[in-house]
Design a protein around this ligand. Structure first.
Ligand SMILES: Nc1ncnc2c1ncn2[C@@H]1O[C@H](COP(=O)(O)OP(=O)(O)OP(=O)(O)O)[C@@H](O)[C@H]1O
Ligand SMILES: Nc1ccn([C@H]2C[C@H](O)[C@@H](COP(=O)(O)O)O2)c(=O)n1
Length: 299
């Protein structure tokens, strides 16, 4: 019998992911830490494609695939689905996308996920964005997410009935909440996070790849940061990793004009260096609130 890596390698045969040069950022954090919420913002500002491992698995259940029931039972139990299943879905999504920059959210969740992904795809993440949130806050959020579901429950049932009887599947988009956002499954998900996912974050930390975002203000009780406050910190990480490239028309020997050019591109100070190629300079915005899109627009 082959190992998980053997199986996944066999599954990957014929795929051309190695030919497609991709940039991958893993977005990790406990259940309900706000990974999906921040990914939406990152996509808008930095042009990544968001791939949520959980969303891909839920879509697989809905598609009625042969693995659907197994995945559904594992998710209901807060367990981690076998790596080859999740990796196949991620690979397919990356190959189908025309983008080459991916935010992989909620993956790798354990050592097996990490090792099989690296071995099968040969991809190492640029860095790992780690949303560090206290357990109490995560639990509050997950239960809050489910309360929306319970609040809507009578309406939800009507919607489900209408959608099946009237064949209006679009009505389903009004149904909110997730089946695994109940206290029993949440506790199991936390246990898996502490025992299996944190060691993966520690592994990447030992390689200097983790960019940690604290989701609560230190030394303050009940001081969770708002979505906007968190995104300020996230933006600083991505801005540093994606230096903006300015195309400034300058002749060699006119370096003294650079400060004026850089500042005239926006009301911020830019660090810069001479690439020694006449005309092309790289500049890195120093103030983190300057968004990438905005910088590009100013050129
Ligand atoms: N900074 C924040 N402050 C308050 N609520 C937040 C914040 N960020 C996200 N939320 C809310 O918390 C809930 C969980 O957020 P989200 O779905 O983004 O987390 P997640 O880490 O992707 O969760 P999961 O691991 O379950 O997929 C959502 O209802 C979201 O609106
Ligand atoms: N790498 C992964 C990611 C997710 N799952 C399963 C188990 C999780 O509890 C569930 C929901 O994920 P979320 O949307 O909270 O990121 O999906 C997995 O098995 N392996």
């Amino acid at each position: 019998m082959g190992t998980v890596v053997d199986t996944a390698n066999k599954e990957a045969n014929g795929s051309s992911l190695s030919e497609k040069k991709v940039t991958v950022v893993f977005v990790l954090g406990g259940p309900g830490s706000g990974k999906g919420t921040q990914c939406e913002n990152i996509v808008r500002h930095f042009g990544y494609t968001h791939l949520s491992a959980g969303d891909l698995l839920r879509a697989e259940i809905k598609s009625g695939s042969e693995n659907g029931t197994m995945i559904q039972n594992m998710i209901k139990d807060g367990k981690i689905v076998p790596s080859e299943v999740t990796i196949k879905l991620l690979q397919r999504a990356m190959l189908e996308s025309s983008n080459d920059k991916f935010l992989i959210d909620g993956f790798p969740r354990n050592e097996e996920n990490r090792a099989v992904f690296e071995s099968v795809t040969g991809i190492e993440p640029e860095f790992v964005l780690f949303l560090d949130c206290p357990k109490e806050e995560m639990e509050r959020r997950l239960l809050g997410r489910n309360q929306v579901r319970q609040m809507f429950f009578p309406i939800e049932k009507t919607i489900l009935l209408l959608s099946s009887q009237l064949h209006y599947p679009f009505l389903l988009c009004y149904v909110k909440g997730r089946e695994d956002d109940n206290i029993d499954t949440i506790r199991k998900r936390f246990k898996v996070y502490m025992e299996s996912s944190l060691p993966v974050i520690e592994y990447y930390n030992s390689k200097g790849k983790v960019r940690k975002i604290l989701l609560c203000f230190l030394l303050q009780i009940d001081a969770a940061k708002t979505v906007e406050e968190v995104f300020e910190a996230v933006k600083a990480v991505f801005t540093k990793m994606n230096p903006v490239e300015f195309n400034i028309e300058l002749k060699r020997g006119k370096k003294d004009m650079l400060p004026r050019c850089c500042t005239s591109l926006g009301n911020f100070f830019a660090a810069y260096y001479d690439t020694t190629i006449s005309g092309v300079f790289r500049a890195r915005p120093v103030r983190s609130h300057v968004s990438y899109d905005c910088d590009r627009g100013l050129i």
